[in-house]
Design a protein around this ligand. Structure first.
Ligand code: UGA
Length: 471
């Protein structure tokens, strides 16, 4: 099928590349000339597994790039809107880019089109998109508006797209649903997965994935409700982790105990320093604003956000407990991205923590496998950026783990021990076992678990006064 994807941001680029891999002819439209030139030249603007491979496979074949929306609409049966919906100061989603695309689409309709919302938008947006297209003189039966939300996570976006738990199609007519069913047919009939060159399946892949057809409004709500629920799960376990810390219980054991209940499930129950990223914080605010507009005060979401903020403050208190005063202390920081596997630092709790620590007078030596360039733009010269975890640890008063990159869970701990001025590790992502860390001579703090203290403690809750004898 001929498909136009408008907006070459995270969702648009991944969706465009994946539609091309399913065998469709895709035109990716953007008005940012610099971005377009880079894409045409073979650049991959985001750090995303399998994306370079897909772009290379389809660039200028199944996947072309253009700034001409009118032409792209004329050439396509389905037009996916994947432009940004940034938050306004009041926390609502700013839909002006969506509206502007809808207006342009209207003037280019030359046969039946399905206009699909791919960006995360509040419920009722499909109604508005329809109204805008009609207002601009398109015939009512010449198009339909659908909602086809995306559930991809940064870092695993390509596999999330091609191996989803479900595909949600919000369509208010059978004609429209048929077009979307056809687009996803290589996935739902399983033929894509039989191809030798298919992107490899992740663990737990649901093959073929179910396709759920709902009304457009329900699909819009499914997206906001899914993100809100996942954020709620994280805040819930972070709150439980705080209680664990007070009573000396172990949140990991608690998670195992509750996560094995199939009604609850073990995923998204990892406590840490709070959720970040370009989606959860923004979507929760937008969902709360939508609810308020509909006359419902969604106070549960306020609490989810409050716990998330609090989680960072708790971590800061942990650093103070471990080091007493902070002014002049040198801290090695592992991880700046909002989570592992990405170079995205938007709303990253790691960045917010580093900024707080800098304000308190700490010196920071930070390492991130992918996010350094972006972090440098935000943190500037106040932070020293180093090229590996061991350099971050060198002569530091403590090592902080702030992002769950896989390589941080596989450090050469003896080397880290030798590099640190004091063998103190404060792990905001629970990557290590407290007892094993203590056995190696570290004083180890994590989230929701008892601290690990070596037999000869490294002055755990008092300022580290002397250097431990290292093995
Ligand atoms: C999230 C959703 O997971 C996707 O389903 C959704 O499509 C996407 O938002 C979106 O709306 O576009 P993403 O923001 O890429 O995806 O990241 P997640 O993997 O969900 O992580 C979000 C944050 O929660 C990260 O800071 C992560 O470290 C944190 N997190 C996640 C935890 O603290 N604990 C967990 O158990 C899981």
């Amino acid at each position: 099928m001929h498909i136009a994807v408008v907006g070459s941001g995270y969702v648009g680029l991944v969706a465009g590349a994946c539609f091309a891999d399913l065998g469709h002819q895709v035109i990716l439209v953007d008005n940012d000339q610099v971005k377009l030139a880079a894409l045409k030249a073979g650049d991959v603007p985001i750090h995303e597994k399998f994306l370079p491979e897909l772009l290379k496979r389809h660039r200028e074949r199944n996947l072309t790039f253009s700034d001409n929306l009118n032409q792209a609409v004329r050439a396509s049966k389905a037009i996916f809107i994947a432009v940004g919906t940034p938050p306004t100061e009041q926390g609502e989603a700013d839909l002006s880019y969506v509206e502007s695309v809808a207006r342009s689409v209207s003037g280019a309709i030359n046969g039946y089109k399905v206009v699909v919302e791919k960006s995360t938008v509040p419920v009722y947006t499909s109604d508005w998109v329809r109204k805008i297209i009609l207002r601009n003189a398109a015939a009512p039966d010449s198009f339909d508006v659908a909602s086809n939300p995306e559930f991809l996570r940064e870092g695993t976006a390509v596999t999330d797209f091609l191996y989803p738990d479900r595909i949600v199609v919000g369509a208010d007519s059978e004609r429209c649903a048929t077009v979307l069913r056809e687009i996803y047919a290589p996935m739902t009939d399983g033929s894509y997965y039989q191809r030798k060159d298919a992107i490899p399946a992740p663990d737990r892949a649901q093959i073929p994935p179910p396709l759920i057809v709902t009304s457009a409004k329900s699909a819009e709500l499914i997206k906001h409700a899914s993100n809100a629920f996942l954020a709620m799960k994280i805040s819930f376990i972070n709150a439980v982790a705080s209680i664990c810390e007070s009573v000396g219980a172990n949140v990991q054991q608690v998670c195992q105990g509750i996560g094995t209940d199939s009604r609850i499930g073990p995923r998204f129950l990892n406590p840490g320093i709070g959720y970040g990223g370009s989606c959860f914080p923004k979507d929760l605010m937008a969902f709360r604003a939508v609810a308020r507009e509909c006359g419902y005060e969604f106070r549960l979401l306020d609490e989810v956000m409050r716990i998330n903020e609090d989680q960072r403050q708790r971590f800061l208190r942990k650093v103070r407990t471990a080091l007493w005063t902070l002014r002049g202390k040198r801290l090695g920081v592992l991880g700046l991205a909002f989570k592992g596997g990405t170079d995205d630092i938007r709303e990253s709790p790691a960045i917010l923590l580093v900024q707080s620590l800098l304000q308190e007078g700490c010196q920071i030596a930070a390492y991130d496998p992918a996010a350094t360039a972006r972090a440098r733009e935000v943190l500037g010269p106040s932070t020293e950026f180093v090229s590996d975890p061991y350099e971050a640890a060198r002569d530091s008063d403590a090592l902080l783990i702030l992002t769950e990159w896989e390589e941080f869970a596989a450090l050469d701990l003896d080397r880290i021990f030798k590099q640190l001025k004091y063998p103190i590790v404060i792990d905001g992502r629970n990557l290590y076992d407290p007892e094993a860390m203590a056995a190696r001579g570290f004083t180890y703090y994590s989230v929701g678990r008892p601290a690990g203290t070596p037999a000869v403690p490294a002055a755990a809750s008092t300022p580290p006064a002397r250097k431990l004898k290292k093995s």
